[in-house]
Each structure stands twice: as structure tokens, then as C-alpha cells.
Design a protein around this ligand. Sequence first.
Ligand SMILES: Nc1ncnc2c1ncn2[C@@H]1O[C@H](COP(=O)(O)OP(=O)(O)OP(=O)(O)O)[C@@H](O)[C@H]1O
Length: 575
Amino acid sequence: MIKLFKRIDKRYIPSLLAILLLTFGQSVAQLYMPNLNGDIIDKGVMAGDTDYILRTGGLMLLVSLGGMVCAILGSFLAAKVSMGFGRDLRRGIFTQASSYSLKEFDKLGTATLITRNTNDVTQIQNLGFMLLRMMLMAPMMLIGGIVLAVSKDAVLSLIIVAVIPVLALIIWLVGRSTIPLFQAMQRKIDKLNQVLREKLMGIRVIRAFNRDDAEKERFDSANTDLTKTAIKVNRILAIFMPLVMLIFNLIMLGVVWFGAVRIDAGAMEVGQLQAFLQYIMQIMFSVMMVAMMFIMLPRAQASADRINEVFALETELLDPDAPKAPEKTGKVVFDHVSFGYTNAEELALTDISFEAAPGETVAIIGSTGSGKSTLANLIPRFYDVTDGRILVDGVDVREFKKEELRKRISFVPQKALLFTGTIADNIRYGKEDATDEEVQNAARIAQASDFIDEMTDGYNSMISQGGSNLSGGQKQRLTIARALVRRPEIYIFDDNFSALDFKTDAKLRAALKDEVKGATVFMVAQRVSTVMDADKIIVLDEGRVAGMGTHRELLKSCDIYREIVASQLSEEELA
Ligand SMILES: Nc1ncnc2c1ncn2[C@@H]1O[C@H](COP(=O)(O)OP(=O)(O)OP(=O)(O)O)[C@@H](O)[C@H]1O
């Protein structure tokens, strides 16, 4: 927790100091009031001194007004600081997560990152506010209350000594049972979010397979699990509060009883007993405030740990100290590259070596799971190789600044992903300052202009979240347009053509040929017709190169390629 609070920005220091001062002012005002109250009874009411009552009454009004101003300003600043700290934390988590490589995303998971950035930060934010309001005030009120109570009647104050250990024991018992439950609650919120996210994202599949009921059950089970834990915690707290109130009332009863005896004996005045009672109340409420804090603390601690974990998880894909930025050519070399995913037993790619020269189209084909996408992901350094090296423009990709490397590459991922916004916005994602002509040209080459023109608002048509108002092929063509508008030296198409019909696929590749002239093109594909014309075809089999060459060469030399071809093309096409 302390580690997390150390992240607080220095610009909040003046506000924190002001909160400290205001809390002190508020505490002094509150501690002074019972004293005045006692005096007004003893010296005013008992003595029948109206002047004194008016004077002291006026002073009481002023003191309480001062206390109120301090309280309002203190709360205002505390809210400002804690909400600001929450905002900074959310920004920090977002920035940290943005620096992650896919490896770190694989490790943490998206659902938990969302919970950590929302629910967990809210916990810390609320705790921060309570700390600034209660935690600062409680010790002042506790110490001040004890000192003043003792000064009013030292003998009667012994009651406090007897009661505080009992309260401490109750708080400890409650804390011991609620701490693990609060920690479990955070984990269960995570689980609930994960189920919810999967359900909402997979709604079509769920409907198609009539899994609504099963999914509902899965959600209900996670939801009930969380509810049960929350009820358990609240049950304990529900017993805790009345129990503490009972102890409070017993104490008050004791004070009034013994106070009456002492007044009878002439050792105390009525007003002083009244003041003493109020001090005892203040002491008890301070203890309660601290207790509440300690109960909230574990939950927030669980959240702090989870947030700290995000900050501690540093990306392994660091930029080098002395980055290189060689001349852009588009040449890509795989030099004995092997790669294994974390936690995977086997390598996804083993000893891959090849060269891709500028102007060349290199196709990668192979059965599902053979490592095609993995190979494509290594070029923009989404992952680091386990062994060997990848050179882009003659320099190891690890020696580039990631931003510089990725500037040279247009990557079209296998799963078409679009953002909420217009069609033009989405294409411009590839090049922010692209002109309308460039956007339209990219769409034309990607065979997207026809369907865009048919839309009522053309390029200004809105795309809903994730592109759900477009067909799979339309989305794919827009992602291709987004890559084309950039005009880089290297293009990577990760199996984007299989979502298109044969005719569109052929038209797109023909148009692409002129557009990407001079650039190096990687084309991961499932269909032989897509790769037949490539300058070089790499056949992958279980992460290894099973063959490399042109279509004709491979037909002669590579059994696996022949098998793939035979399974897809007719005899005439083969000839
Ligand atoms: N993030 C990941 N973590 C662990 N293993 C992974 C991950 N992504 C892929 N793999 C594994 O690596 C291997 C290669 O996967 P890859 O996605 O590269 O295959 P592919 O040839 O592109 O398949 P497809 O044609 O079905 O897309 C598979 O065995 C797969 O299970």
C-alpha cells in the first residue's frame, strides 16, 4: 500500500499540507466544544449568569462555524487529491499496459487488467479519501480527547483504560475474519468480469450453439459466489456495529453512574460531567474510525497488490540504449530463428532461416497451428525470438526503437479489428495525416470502395464497436486499406485473404501488386491460389520449414506442399 501511495504526484503536497492544517483546525474546534458546553452549564446556567451564557453561546457558534469551514474545505481538498490520485493511477496502469508486449498480455489477461484499472483503483481512491479525512483526524481526536477527559476527571478516565482493550480485541477479531474475505472478493470480481466479458464477446457463438442457459448458469455461479462472500463480510460487519454501539452505551451508562456518585461527593460539577461524556464519545468514535479504516485496509491492500503487480510487470521488450535507424530498404532476414511461447512445452518455431528482398512477395503456408502467425508476429517484434535473430534493413529488430521498427511495417492481423468511428477514421488509423485521396485510393486497392460507396454516408459511415455492423470480408478489406494507406517498406498480411471470396481475393492481389511494388510483402495464407504467384513460398510444418521456393519448385521438391495443393486445386489448375 505504502509502495502505491509513494506514487502520489508531488503537486499534491501543498493540498496535503492544507488538509493536515484544516483537519487540525476541525479537531481543535470539536475538542473545544464540550469544554465550552461544560462551562456554559456550570458558570452560566447554574450561576444564572445570562451574560456568560450569551458570550459563551456566541463563542460556541463561532467555534462550530470555524470547525464547519475547516471540515468542508478539508473534505473538498481530500476529494480532489484522492480522485486525482485515482486518475493518475488509472493513467499509469493504462500507460504501463500499453507498453506490454503480447507476452505480458498473455500472462495477465485482459479481464483482470480492466478490473485493476477500474474497481481496484476505486478501492484505493476511496481508501485515500477516508485516510485523509478519518485517519488524520482520529489520532488528533483520540489524543486530544484523552488529554481533556483526564484533565476533567482523572479518576473517571480510568473507564477508558478498561474499555479500550475490549474494543481492540473486538476489532482484531473482526479484522481477522474479514481480511481474507475482502481479498477473496477482489478475486471473485475478477472472475465475474472474465465470465461477463466472454459472454458478451461471444454472444453470437453462444446463441448459435444454444448455450444461453449454460452461460447463464456460469455467470450465475460466479455472481452467486461473489454475493455469498459479500454477504458473509457484511454479516460480520452487521454484528460488529451494534456490538460496538452496545459497548458505547454501556460506557456512557457507567460514566453517568460514576459521575453522579462523584457529583454527589462534590468532586465534580454537572457541566464537567457533561463535557466528560462528550469527550468519551469523541474518544470512542475515534477508535471506531480507526477500526473502520483497519477493516477497509485489507480490501484496499488486496487492490494495491494487484495494481502494484501491473506496475511491477515490466515489458521484456525494451528499447535498446543506443537504437539504430538504418536506411529503409525492406529487406528482412530470419537467421536460425526459434521461438517458444512462455509456458508452452514445445517450440512454436524451430530454426527458421530465409531472406526476403525488397520487391519480393514471400508467402507462408502450412496447416493450422504450424506457426505461420507466430512467424508474422516476430517481425514487428510483438515477441522476442528465443534463439537466432531477425534482421530488418540489416539490423537486428531488438536494436531498433520499437516505434521506429513498426513505422517501417504495415501489419494486418489475422483477426480483423476496427475501432468505433467512421470508415475514414479507421483507414486513417494507418496514417493520421492521409488525404481523402489517399484514403480512397487505399480503399479502392483493398476492394473496399464499392461497398463503402453503397453506404448512405460513404466514408463517413459509422462503424460500431469492433466493426459489428460489417461483414467479416468487409472488415478484413478495411483493415487491409488501413495498412495500405501507410505505404511502408514491409507489409505483413496474416491470413487476411481467406475471408474473401475467390474473385475478390484475385482482384485484390492484382491491384496490390502495383501498389506494393518495391516493398517486401509477407503473405500468410491458407489457400494455394493466394500464394501461387509469390516469389518465394515457405512451407511450415510443426514450426519447421518443410520447403521453400516458388510454386513450381515446391511442387517438385516438397511433399507437404504437394499434399496441400492436391487437397485444394483440381488437376487442370495444377497443370
Ligand atoms: N499466445 C500463445 N500462447 C501460447 N501458445 C500459442 C500462442 N499463440 C499460438 N500458440 C501456439 O503456437 C503454435 C503456432 O500457432 P500459430 O497461431 O502461429 O499457428 P498458425 O499456423 O498461424 O495457425 P492458423 O492457420 O490456425 O492461424 C500453435 O501450437 C499454438 O497453439
